[in-house]
Design a binder for this molecule. Structure first.
Ligand code: ADP
Ligand code: ZN
Length: 707
């Protein structure tokens, strides 16, 4: 492999190693192969063509469907010190002229182009100048994919026009039909297929019943008040109501949907990207064209209509690899509505089947990630440990009696009623509908009144999922018994049901223990520095450094350029541009923390300090001020503890310090500030001054280590 690859990765992107598959793909690019890359959102597709672009001669052409995304990527590359530009229809002639000139000077390594503007490329670049062609969001070429774009269909000509230039097509859409269609249409039938795992381990998965959703959402936000998140809703109305309620509760949230003006949408999107707006309540349209890497949570207020959509939406969280939360609310009302949409759609059969898989995921009683990944044809051996089922496995109870009651109620209702009425009958509800139909007289009326309404509904859903009951969607959703039901009613077959009571208790527990974000942490401090720098530079905050990099800065606390450069995500350019600001911020943070713990004032200290700064030794200061040298040393120690720059290490040897460190573990102190016990411990071989100095140095070290 090209030996410059790793140093280039560090120099321009700040990373020390590759993510899975990146290296293989880059090697294939250097071997001039055509490549199809399937990687989930956040998997790290961009580097697969951006890195070769830096090392190949000439220009890498990047076809990208969205102007906003293009601009974002080019800004990101420039922030890393990489020469990149884009061409699209929104530009003026003069701007394109300028880009053309730079291309001829060889001052551009990556040129982003919208498919509609491809014809311009021919006029400004000779075929020999193009070393690599990258096609981002390649699924847009296929009508099988979910964002088909007509302009993409002309991309097939690229291979004919530039037969010797390797093509790399990239997408996060996994299904096989789309994949093959992409290669076919791009005329790269022999492209090497690189299919990455779709497992996004840093995303936690959770599904909850959709009761009291707003309160649940507010409780959740309370645990992550400074983090960015998206809440997806099915209707425009819901996004607005929800944004209002969240705002009312004291957080900032905005709605985003196709009914708003273009300006309003752009504004909301930009504020979100720039970290000045934390929460967006959106219809699914939101998030398509944005690359924001620090979305920390995604909530689905409603059940999505299929797993592809759901996975893509939760995929917008945690692109930087930091643990992020996803939460899906599951309600039966949603299922009914989606069912109707699906039936009214063009290809009802496919849509219904997809919805069914989505429902199975939401109602799963075993590891959710297994269910999810199996949908994408990926099988994992072990339970994931990062979904609600793994964290709080449902306990099962013998549900035979409950099942018998439910099934016989359905039988007595002659299989004519929907879930709602069946539950009402079982619970002995006294409403008009029940009385109108005379259901208070049937034998099973009220036989399950000890079970709360919602729980009973959940048990019914479990029985549906286990195949004992079926919903006749075409017949007003009436519940029917399946042949399996007979086994329970007449043959004594046992049924296991997940214990709902326990699940409820566990949930309350988990909410209680959810930890709140620390508002005064170094991370928050660095985040503010980042926001200021981003606003000055006019780029999104995450393009300065990702949250992952800030977290590492918080943990490592670099104190020099060299240490700073070792942090993942810090490349040379960013080091030059932002290093000093962050190093200063870290140092100030440490000192402020330290100063809080000590405090001195007064003229006598000031005088000692001035003399010290003028270069006098402690003995000389003592003489000049007519003080004992013990007093001068105690001044210096105090000043040092107060955060002034005093080099106490000059007055004690390393060995003495080590001895003292050891002594601290052994000497028992009644008075925590006492010095004499140490003096005795060392059998009067180390002076009082030195002990005082040594203890001050050790104390500062431990405070700074803790801070
Ligand atoms: P995709 O286009 O597949 O959604 P990106 O290319 O935007 O993903 O990468 C997602 C995030 O992962 C970005 O913040 C990117 O900088 C980061 N990333 C990519 N490759 C690496 C790597 N080798 N090491 C660390 N972080 C990486
Ligand atoms: Zn799991």
């Amino acid at each position: 492999m090209h030996q410059q690859v790793l140093p280039t990765l560090k120099e321009y992107f700040g990373y020390d190693s590759f993510r899975p598959l990146q290296e293989t793909i880059i090697k294939a690019v250097f071997d001039k192969q055509d490549n199809l890359v399937i990687m989930p959102t956040g998997g790290g597709k961009s580097i697969c063509f951006q890195l070769p672009a830096l090392l190949l001669p000439g220009v890498t052409l990047v076809i990208s469907p969205l102007i906003a995304l293009m601009k974002d990527q080019v800004d990101g590359l420039r922030a890393n010190g990489i020469d990149a530009a884009f061409i699209n229809s929104s530009q003026e002639g003069a701007e394109q002229q300028h880009i053309t000139e730079k291309l001829h000077e060889g001052a551009i390594k990556l040129l982003y182009v919208a498919p509609e503007s491809l014809s311009i490329v021919d006029t400004i670049l000779a075929p020999g100048q193009i070393s690599l062609i990258a096609i981002d969001e390649a699924h847009c070429i296929s009508a099988w994919g979910h964002d088909f774009r007509p302009a993409y269909t002309q991309l097939g000509f690229l291979k004919k026009r530039y037969p010797d230039t390797p093509i790399i097509a990239l997408t996060a859409t996994a299904d096989k039909a789309t994949r093959e269609d992409i290669c076919q249409q791009l005329n790269i039938p022999h492209a090497t297929r690189h299919i990455a795992s779709f497992d996004r381990k840093n995303l936690s998965l959770e599904v909850r019943p959709g009761t009291n959703r707003i309160q649940q959402i507010l409780n959740f936000i309370e645990t992550v008040p400074n983090e960015s998140g998206i809440i997806y809703c099915l209707s425009r109305k819901a996004t607005e109501t929800l944004a209002e309620k969240i705002t009312h509760a004291g957080y900032e949230a905005k709605a985003y949907h196709a009914g708003l003006s273009h300006e309003q949408r752009i504004q909301t999107q930009e504020n979100f990207i720039n970290d000045t707006l934390k929460i967006v309540c959106a219809t699914v349209a939101f998030g398509m064209g944005i690359d924001k890497s620090n979305v920390r949570w995604v909530i689905h207020y409603n059940l999505p209509k299929n797993i592809e959509g759901y996975y893509q939406e939760i995929g917008r969280a945690g692109r930087d690899g930091i643990p992020s939360s996803t939460l899906l609310f599951h309600s039966y009302a949603d299922v009914m509505q989606l069912q109707k949409f699906a039936e009214d759609s063009g290809n009802a059969e496919v849509q219904l089947a997809k919805l069914e898989r989505m429902k199975q995921f939401a109602e799963a009683l075993s590891c959710r990630r297994k269910v999810l990944l199996s949908y994408f044809g990926e099988l994992i051996q072990q339970d994931c440990g990062n979904c609600d089922i793994c964290k709080r496995p449902p306990a099962f109870i013998d549900g035979t009696i409950i099942a018998q009651k439910v099934l016989s109620a359905i039988a007595r209702l002659k299989e004519q009623e929907s879930m709602h009425i069946v539950v009402d009958v079982l619970r002995g509800s006294q409403n008009a509908l029940i009385y109108d139909k005379g259901y208070q007289n049937i034998k099973t009326y009220g036989i399950a009144k000890d079970i709360p309404w919602k729980d009973l509904q959940q048990y019914l859903i479990q029985l549906i999922n286990q195949g004992y009951i079926e919903i006749a969607f075409h017949e007003k959703n009436r519940l029917k018994l399946t042949p399996l039901a007979r086994n329970i009613l007449f043959q004594g077959e046992k049924v296991q049901l997940a214990n709902l009571v326990k699940a409820e208790e566990a949930k309350v527990e988990s909410q209680k223990t959810a930890k709140k974000a620390a508002p005064n942490s170094l991370f928050e401090h660095l985040r503010k520095v980042r926001l200021t720098l981003a606003q000055e530079a006019g780029i999104p905050a995450y393009q300065i450094f990702s949250d992952a990099t800030l977290k590492e800065l918080e943990a490592e606390r670099p104190a020099s350029d060299e240490e700073f450069l070792r942090i993942s995500g810090v490349g040379r350019k960013k080091m030059e541009n932002y290093g000093q600001d962050f190093l200063d911020a870290i140092r100030e943070f440490k000192e402020a923390k330290y100063k809080k713990k000590t405090n001195t004032k007064g003229a006598t200290y000031k005088l000692t300090f001035e003399l010290y700064q003028s270069g006098l030794s402690p003995e000389a200061i003592a003489q000049k001020r007519n003080l004992s040298s013990t007093t001068v040393f105690s001044h210096l120690v105090k000043l040092y503890q107060n955060g002034e720059t005093i080099d106490l290490n000059r007055y004690i040897t390393k060995e003495e310090l080590t001895k003292l460190e050891h002594a601290k573990k052994e000497v028992v102190l009644e008075n925590p500030t006492a010095i004499k016990p140490y003096f005795d411990y060392f059998e009067e071989q180390i002076s009082y001054e030195k002990i005082r100095i040594g203890l001050a140095i050790l104390e500062k070290r431990s405070i700074i280590a803790e801070a």
